[in-house]
Design a protein around this ligand. Structure first.
Ligand code: BG6
Length: 467
């Protein structure tokens, strides 16, 4: 008998801006990631215009906008019962401020979701995954302004009206806890040149919390059978040692992410959150009704990404960030080629931590290994490293289920190679399906099955037992 529930959802996850390409097609406006370069400082060094002298892999990405029918067939061949993607906001509202959504955008996503259903997959849809229309960044500095709440409300309403009969599982904002580390990517805010952007970031987070609550309310009113979750980056942080000061420092670092879950799942600002804001000199501007709205409209479930862990000690830089990006190396763990320390046991630990804290269903909506793959002369790709990562993390997830955690499903990140969010490269591949395209735009775009394709198919067919 499987350790996973009968209705456990297995699948994969992508984001529109990392897969679709077609970045100006059918009237789509520019979104924030359309102007970010390819390289390790992608979300720090950017201009608010497309530079015609540069090549941006994301402009074509894997051309999913045109290839989704065939690509989804490959996902169906692995037995996926769920597929996560996002709606690129600027495909519906090119500047974010049009009165009505573009019909071409609606048609595209309706057909995408129909195709998923035809192939036996439930769409899991992120409403905002690093895809704020660039015009909103230029005009309002995005979530730094309260105007965004109404602007997003119009987008949310259009999503529920047009796709509500097709989509049962929604997620509001992707990894909004990255607002401190990557304010541009996570919230479309351009903070270059600001000496201290923490007050702006906390104020923006408040706007997002109000917007999240409004969206949850709207979803529950318009689509009573749907479920709507929040999505956070929750790779974990361990104390560097058992020295009490290190334990406290690591806990405080962790709270910088849990803060977001506490507001969106429990419905109020936690006490330590007010202290964090005081320490950063933040005086939050809250309008009458905001806190009530947040309290009354909490998310139905917690979607989260988990890739890695890091260690954190007293004295480590208190950069506001999620795990991996903060603290220091853990001597007990090995790292990926991109320096991400792999930690399957940490997934079990994290599921238990989150289930104990929130008592709301968890959905592991991102987990995966970015690596360089080699295509052999015969077209085969022996990605044993990816299979090992997958096996170990599914084992850990099964342990978490046995521990009593309620987990709705698992969507591997990038089941088909896509452009990296962090670096904008094609070279950092997560897929079970290889896409013949490189950082410079060379390649035929052809799809090849890696060894992990066969492996994941077996895992899904056995409901996680045949590992
Ligand atoms: C998550 C994001 O943080 O990590 C994804 O939600 C992203 O968009 C994924 O692609 C992996 O990160 P990267 O930088 O390797 O693409």
């Amino acid at each position: 008998m499987s350790r996973f529930p009968k209705d456990f959802m297995w699948g994969g996850a992508i984001a529109a801006n990392q897969a679709e390409g077609a970045y100006r097609e059918d009237g789509k406006g520019l979104s924030i990631t359309d102007v970010t370069q390819c390289g390790p400082t992608r979300y720090i060094d950017y201009e608010l215009e497309v530079d015609p002298a540069k090549y941006y892999p994301s402009h074509e990405a894997i051309d999913f906008y045109h290839t989704y029918k065939d690509d989804l067939k490959l996902m169906a061949e692995m037995g996926f019962t769920v597929f996560r993607t996002s709606i690129n906001w600027a495909r519906l509202f090119p500047t974010g401020e049009e009165d009505e959504p573009l019909q071409a955008g609606i048609d595209f996503y309706r057909d995408l979701f129909d195709t998923m259903h035809e192939l036996g997959m439930e769409p899991l849809v992120t409403m905002s995954h690093y895809e704020t229309p660039l015009a909103l960044t230029k005009k309002y500095n995005s979530w730094a302004s309260r105007e965004m709440i109404d602007i997003f409300d119009k987008f949310a309403r259009a999503c529920f009206e047009n796709f509500g009969d097709q989509v049962k599982y929604w997620l509001t904002f992707n990894e909004i806890n990255n607002i401190f580390k990557a304010p541009y990517l996570a919230a479309g805010m351009d903070v270059r040149g600001m000496d201290d952007f923490m007050p702006v970031a906390f104020q923006a987070a408040h706007h997002v919390f109000v917007s999240n609550a409004k969206t949850v309310k709207l979803c529950h009113e318009m689509l009573p059978d749907a479920q709507i979750g929040c999505m956070l980056s929750l790779s974990n942080i361990y104390p560097g040692t058992c020295k009490p000061e290190d334990v406290m420092a690591a806990y405080n670092a962790r709270r910088r992410s849990l803060f977001f879950g506490d507001v969106m799942l429990r419905g109020s600002y936690p006490g330590y959150g007010w202290k964090m804001m005081r320490d950063c000199g933040v005086e939050l501007s809250i309008e009458p009704g905001d806190l009530e709205l947040i309290a009354e409209n909490t998310c139905d479930y917690l979607g989260f990404s988990y890739y890695r862990t890091s260690a954190f000690s007293d004295g480590d830089s208190q950069v506001f960030s999620t795990a991996g990006g903060v603290g220091h190396e853990n001597p007990y763990l090995k790292a990926s080629e991109w320096g991400w320390q792999m930690d399957p046991m940490g997934l079990r630990y994290t599921c238990n931590e989150l289930w104990d804290r929130y008592q709301k269903p968890l959905f592991i909506v991102e987990n995966g290994l970015g690596a360089v793959d080699t295509v052999e002369d015969d077209g085969s790709i022996h990605d044993t490293y990816r299979i090992d990562y997958l096996r170990d993390h599914i084992e850990a997830m099964a342990d978490a289920v046995e521990d009593g955690c309620e987990i709705m499903g698992y969507t591997w990140w990038g089941p088909i190679d896509i452009v990296s969010a962090g670096t904008g490269e094609m070279k950092k591949r997560y897929g079970f399906v290889y896409v013949d395209r490189d950082n410079e735009g060379n390649g035929t775009g052809k799809r090849l099955k890696k060894d992990s394709f066969v492996y994941y198919k077996k895992v899904v067919a056995s409901n996680g037992e045949d590992l």
